[in-house]
Design a protein around this ligand. Structure first.
Ligand code: 3H9
Length: 706
């Protein structure tokens, strides 16, 4: 049957004198051009129809409106712009009510702020999270929010980007009332009718008096400005948010709106916006591995962990935190007691800080069991092995798992380097064997590499992704090779850093250059945090197979030979006062570096911070290209997510491959060819990089897979 209503993501219908305007634009009701057009048309219709007395805006599905459609940013603008839509809503001469549930974020909250009355139901999430995308609210949020709730709270919301629940939103004054039930439409309608019955007037946020106390507003602004200067490390949009709120204090509403628009467009044009939005989409794209389409994950209620060291205990905590039942296996009672203590220590820390009650700790620990016999794993749905990094030891564990585990149990290894195909081939059920590479501390670090050996079945891989979701981790699919995605690339750029060190840069300058680039810490600070002994063991293991033609910088070995493993030994690349986590430069380290240069016959030269960053990133990007070329990573975006989620790469850069696109691949290749003049073996351009440059393509062209 033909219908009168054209297919539009905004539909209107009547309930008495109330026009119900429903936004229905799955998956999250983003404010794409059709939604904007639909909202304007609905307001115009309400305005023109004498029988309409009020407008109620609601969202269909799970959310009110999650914000602007961020896929449109960077594309040619399509009118009407969202600020104009909000102004039309606010200008409506009939009361407009917004009833919020699910996400009311960014532009979604700005639509609500432009309405005259707001109601939220339980579970609503309100916020202005634009800052996390390198943006600022750009549809009146910087002008309306401070007028509605005051400069201080509005700045806090915009600068943190956090979501607030319905109750807090009420307390802040963002909404006028809470719905009693979860039925947003019924609650909204009841509220609208109540307002009509009371003859409630149109009430515009632009006229709200939240900035009336000028002194308080000014001091909130000054505090926010100082905070941004101290904390936002080169980020662009936080400063713009402060500027826009300053305009709200100093200028009439319309002038403030105009300035907001100018600043918003500056944010849109910034590479940080492109990097942060790339990171947002990449994190959502990365979980769509081929095996997760169609394959059903296996059950995941109970887990086993073999090994109670730092890694095993961290994995156990991550699983306990996700509500799973965990059985830990250790070789004897003493090791098991240590493993249990490692788990308990984490919860004791939370209890001491008042973040967990003793009862809640007891409830978590009731889901934890320990055993010294593998038979305790007979019912486990999934077992993660986290024992000593040695093939024979791991294979012995897997033989036991093969013996005791129920059919269909997922058998995972947390190895960082070993060949998982070899582990899988050593047991009778290679199809159940998967790599789950956690990062230390495993209960905190967001990244989980899901390493896919050749014989594994698709539903086991899908189970790995389901586990990651349960543990709230960012999962990235990786193929089997030495170091998988992250550690393989790390080994190469760390070598580039060590070479610069031997050639004349100090570890402190290298760290400083990378902090300036946006890393929270430089590579030598990270090495001190992680413990130098781990890398040392790896280097010793690889010594026999190292290419004898390759340059090998021995400086780190000299430190390790002295027992200087970093923070845990009080000195490494830096010196640490007792109990301190921040180190100071160590003249003795510089003397060792100098002695090594002499031993190697090197005349030191100076490096600019810019050159340090260029070399470090060129090495990272080139190996990233190799990893994609060899299909260890599915796409460049998988490499990006690994480095942003697990290796401290500044999120606003989007990841090394996105950053390479921003710089331009011809430039990266030219750098590599220039560096290759000194060391052609190390600086071999990746065939993928060469090919892309030749075809005038970028890494992003490889991200577009179905
Ligand atoms: C803004 O509003 C600027 C304005 O101030 C000014 C304008 C002038 N656009 O996260 P999920 C997609 S800036 C387009 O997995 P969840 C997402 O990619 C915006 N697409 O679901 C995914 O797609 P796919 C301010 C979007 O339930 C699908 O929706 N707003 C958008 O775990 C499901 O997403 C924000 O920053 C979007 N805005 O979480 C909110 N949002 O299925 C950003 C999501 O193809 N969004 N998608 O992979 C979120 O925080 C979460 O998505 C949300 C739902 C909490 C809403």
């Amino acid at each position: 049957m033909p219908t009168d209503t054209p297919p539009t993501p905004v539909t209107s219908r009547r309930s008495g004198k109330v026009l119900i305007v429903s936004v229905d634009n799955p998956p999250v009701n983003a404010l794409g051009v059709d939604v904007r057009l639909g909202l304007v048309a609905a307001i115009d219709a309400a305005q023109a129809d004498d029988t309409v007395a009020a407008v109620l805006i609601v969202g269909a599905g799970r959310n009110f409106i999650a914000g602007a459609d961020i896929r449109e940013f960077g594309q040619p603008p399509q009118p009407p712009a969202l600020p104009d839509v909000c102004n039309r809503i606010e200008a409506c001469s009939k009361p407009v009510i917004a009833a919020l549930h699910g996400a009311a974020l960014g532009g979604g909250l700005e639509v609500a702020l432009a309405a005259h009355y707001r109601l939220a139901v339980n579970g609503a999430k309100l916020g202005l999270p634009e800052v996390q995308l390198g943006l600022m609210p750009g549809a009146g949020g910087t002008q309306r929010a401070p007028r509605l709730i005051g400069a201080g709270p509005a700045l806090e919301l915009m600068l943190s980007g956090r979501h607030v629940g319905a109750e807090e939103a009420l307390a802040l004054g963002l909404v006028d009332r809470l719905g009693r039930s979860d039925d947003t439409l019924a609650e909204g309608l009841a509220y609208a009718q109540e307002l009509l019955a009371a003859g409630a007037p149109v009430r515009r946020t632009r006229d709200a008096q939240g900035l009336a106390d000028q002194k308080a507003s000014r001091s909130a602004l000054d505090a926010a400005r100082a905070d941004v200067a101290a904390k936002s490390r080169g980020l662009f949009s936080p400063q713009k948010i402060v500027e826009a709120v300053e305009a709200a204090l100093d200028h009439p509403f319309d002038e403030g709106l105009r300035l907001e628009r100018t600043l918003f467009l500056q944010c849109i044009d910034s590479p940080q916006r492109a990097g942060l939005i790339h990171a947002f989409f990449a994190e959502r794209e990365v979980v769509k591995a081929p095996e997760t389409r169609g394959a059903q994950p296996r059950p995941l209620a109970s887990a086993g962990v073999v090994g109670g060291g730092t890694m095993g205990a961290g994995i156990a905590v991550a699983m306990l935190d996700a509500g799973m039942t965990v059985t830990m296996i250790e070789r004897d009672a003493e090791s098991l007691a240590r493993g249990r203590a490692n788990v308990e220590k984490v919860y004791d820390g939370l209890v001491a800080k008042g973040r967990l009650s003793a009862d809640a700790k007891a409830a978590v620990m009731a889901r934890f069991a320990g055993a010294t016999a593998y038979d305790a794993l007979a019912d486990a749905d999934l077992v993660v092995e986290a024992v000593f990094e040695d093939m024979a030891v791991k294979q012995a564990v897997f033989a036991e798992l093969d013996r005791v585990c129920k059919p269909g149990a997922v058998l995972a290894t947390n190895t960082s380097y070993l060949d998982i195909n070899e582990i899988a081939a050593s047991i009778s059920r290679p199809q159940d064997v998967l790599g789950l590479h956690f990062f230390s501390p495993a209960n905190i670090m967001k990244l989980l590499e899901i390493v896919v050996p050749t014989q594994v079945s698709a539903d086991v891989v899908a189970t790995g992704f389901a586990l990651a979701k349960k543990l709230r981790k960012v999962a990235v699919r990786a193929g089997v090779c030495d170091g998988f995605i992250g550690n393989r690339i790390l080994a190469v750029y760390r070598q580039a850093a060590d070479t610069m060190l031997e050639d004349g840069a100090s570890p402190y300058q290298i760290d400083e250059a990378l902090r300036e680039f946006g890393y929270p810490m430089g590579p030598y600070q990270v090495a001190d945090l992680a413990g130098g002994d781990i890398g040392w063991a790896t280097r010793k293991r690889r010594a026999a197979t190292r290419d004898t033609r390759a340059r090998y910088v021995q400086i780190a070995d000299r430190l390790c030979e002295r027992g200087w493993f970093g923070q845990k030994t009080g000195r490494g690349w830096y010196l640490y006062a007792k109990g301190s986590r921040s180190g100071t430069p160590d003249p003795e380290v510089l003397a060792i570096v100098e002695a090594e240069r002499q031993r190697a016959g090197i005349t030191p030269r100076s490096f600019s911070n810019d050159e340090i960053v260029r070399r470090y990133l060129a090495a990272m990007i080139n190996e990233g290209a190799n990893v994609v070329h060899e299909a260890i990573a599915l796409r460049p975006l998988d490499v990006d997510v690994v480095f942003v989620a697990g290796y401290g790469f500044p999120r606003q850069g989007g990841g090394p491959m996105k950053y390479a696109d921003t710089v331009g691949l011809p430039q990266v290749l030219a750098d590599i060819r220039e560096f290759a003049q000194e060391d052609p073996l190390f600086w071999q351009p990746s065939p993928l990089l060469v090919d892309l440059v030749m075809r005038d393509k970028n890494f992003d062209s490889l991200n577009k897979i179905a």
